[in-house]
Design a protein around this ligand. Sequence first.
Ligand SMILES: [Zn+2]
Ligand SMILES: [Zn+2]
Length: 76
Amino acid sequence: MIKCPYCFEVLEEKIKKCPHCEQFIIDTIIETEFKSLDKKKCFFCGKKILKEAHICRHCKQWLDSVDNGASTYDQI
Ligand SMILES: [Zn+2]
Ligand SMILES: [Zn+2]
């Protein structure tokens, strides 16, 4: 099983662009034997995404910058 390095959704094949988060895959695709089940809420749209995800597959926002708190609201 292979996964997108950004949204951690399962990919059908080794592709250049993830159909879930629509990011071009320039990092190494993750290979694993199990599917992620843990979910978290997106900071931006509130929809459920995989716990490991770096990007929300729904609103395409990167989550890394807000993982440590909500003190970066005024940086746009
Ligand atoms: Zn993806
Ligand atoms: Zn979102």
